[in-house]
Design a protein around this ligand. Sequence first.
Ligand code: G3P
Ligand code: CA
Length: 382
Amino acid sequence: MTPRTLRRMAPASLLAVTALTVSTLPADATAPVERAIPAAAKAKGKALQQLDVPLVFGHRGASGYRPEHTLAAYELAIRMGADFIEPDLVSTKDGVLVTRHENEISGTTDVADHPEFASRRTTKTIDGASITGWFTEDFTLAELKTLRAEERLPQVRPGNTRYDGRFEIPTLVEVLRLVQTWEKRLGTKIGVSPETKHPTYFDSIGLSLEEPLVATLERFGLDRRKSNAVIQSFEVSNLKDLDQLIDTPLVQLTGASGGPFDLKAQGTTYAQIVSAQGLEQVSRYADWVGPEKSQVLPRNAAGATTTPSALVRDAHRAGLRVTVYTVRDENQFLPVNFRVGVDPVAKGDVRGEIVQLLDAGVDGFFADFPDSGVDARDSWLR
Ligand code: G3P
Ligand code: CA
């Protein structure tokens, strides 16, 4: 047995599973919980140990060097030695999974420069927030393919703007083909960690992300427990659904504040989820927890890292691996004790931050600059 239910569902059952009522984490995270294998492992005194070689996840590709979520960004992450690449997923109008961090695309594409799409600009409520712009679910894949990616952070990463206008929005299928190509070329395995973005919202408009994701991973042979893939979500319910649909390992993402949108009505917070009791519950449907890095290395009032929290220890005791997000080289994204000089866009000591995270026991981390991540990881190993 494993911490998760490994039940294969017939395709005809997919919709029925999606409609299941899922249990949720209690608002009172101290409530007793029923546990599967983590309890057994605990009874034997066997907590997970940190991976011998912690993993580097190329965050949105090598997004420090290329416009994020483009084939160029993913390819560079692979060439830099990232163990995994990370496509965030949203849906098109015709139900195709494409890679964007948000379904609103004015911040990462040239859609505003396309007069033929001017009338598509609109305001929607996404996960409780009012957002104005252009949304992937209002475009067919063919229409999205006429757009080009742009650098999200031109003030921070001006060098990357030279690539504006060059790259398409890729589909998940195109990303997986790229991985296959580079696996053959390099003779090594490359992991993929897709993240479902706004899953409750996409469910609500009839463009559920889970079924096409499962079908695509099955098509590429990434639907097994030992597949070199992990599926991430900040929500809980869709991970529980996915646990019934596919054997690919799952990652429960958590934020430094707030809680999962799908459990808002219950008042569930990420702080509850990363408590020892909450993590034991997570281990019933997921395999990893993916906290914001300050949940592992809390900051003091000055913004410097302090003693590690209990999160890694508690996760390992619950049978969960831990991968933190997001390490970025620039000073403005670093804890103050790892900044070098006062220029917010200058590079700081990201290696120092990564070493402290690895010393805290994490099994992996998401990095905008995968070369820095691999270098820090490898020097830590030495
Ligand atoms: O997926 C890990 C990390 O990427 C979560 O944050 O907002 O960059 O998707 P975000
Ligand atoms: Ca992500």
